[in-house]
Design a protein around this ligand. Sequence first.
Ligand SMILES: NC(=O)c1ccc[n+]([C@@H]2O[C@H](COP(=O)([O-])OP(=O)(O)OC[C@H]3O[C@@H](n4cnc5c(N)ncnc54)[C@H](OP(=O)(O)O)[C@@H]3O)[C@@H](O)[C@H]2O)c1
Length: 278
Amino acid sequence: MSNDTTLVLGATGNTGRRVAARLRLRDTHVRAASRSSRTPFDWFRPADWDQVLQGVTTAYVVPPAVPGPVHEFVARAQAAGVRRLVLLSGHGADDWGDSAFGLDMRSAEDAVRGSTLEWTVLRAANFAQNFVGPPFRAPLAAGELALPAGTVPEPFIDLEDVADVAAAVLSEPGRHAGRVYELTGPRGLTWAEAVELISRASGLPIAYRQVSPAEYTAALVQEGWSEDEAHLLTEMFVLLERGATAWTTDDVATVLGRAPRTFEDFVLRAVAAGAWLR
Ligand SMILES: NC(=O)c1ccc[n+]([C@@H]2O[C@H](COP(=O)([O-])OP(=O)(O)OC[C@H]3O[C@@H](n4cnc5c(N)ncnc54)[C@H](OP(=O)(O)O)[C@@H]3O)[C@@H](O)[C@H]2O)c1
């Protein structure tokens, strides 16, 4: 094991916990940090950041959902002697306009790409695993997913591929400097097609129903989501329907030397884990 320490932010989250595990198996010294981790890190408590950054050479950055804090974080990282930053962002981040997602992703990217450190940006498409988390798992288990999504395909990416790419990039200094990787699955699927694959593989009767953005927001609020969360999620679907993220790339293969996992592969693993049972 080298003396280098890799800081993994969002370490209890979807990508962070997978990235940290991969790095540990590569004998990388990992400092796993988030608000509830043993190393506490809070995007809104910058007074604690210097301690978290002490001795860190490389950082995996899962940004906050608001624009701003990553600029200060990058300045502190630079001062602490960090050499490399790998940032998680969203597929097609340039095309998200002044949406809440667009503003926070571009703010984080500007901070990282404007630094003097070696940086790489990983722009991930929608995770296939969103279908096994809130707010999609429960409606699927109940037999119907209703979304404001029509015929525009989404190239869902498997979280295991995002983590494989992140771990590779974090472990290969120099090779990915200044690169923006758009991480997509091998092909686009409409949300209805994705639901059909889940229904077929699981043997459960699950229908897809297209609703208007306003109907979707109202339904989310009725399910207990806050108005803000409901509007944010609806806004994401409105943007997806404009096609900002519909395109696929070869970037997973560029980094890993193999094709990305298929959506069917994700569905098989999720069915095996009983993901959509009531
Ligand atoms: N979901 C998708 O399809 C998708 C696609 C592309 C990109 N992304 C991007 O991926 C990122 C994370 O999304 P996710 O769905 O993977 O999230 P997630 O699994 O919910 O993980 C969020 C992580 O951030 C930590 N966290 C939350 N608030 C924090 C705070 N104030 N300070 C420090 N850490 C905090 C959480 O841990 P604690 O609670 O312990 O702090 C957790 O480890 C977002 O930037 C999102 O835009 C998501």
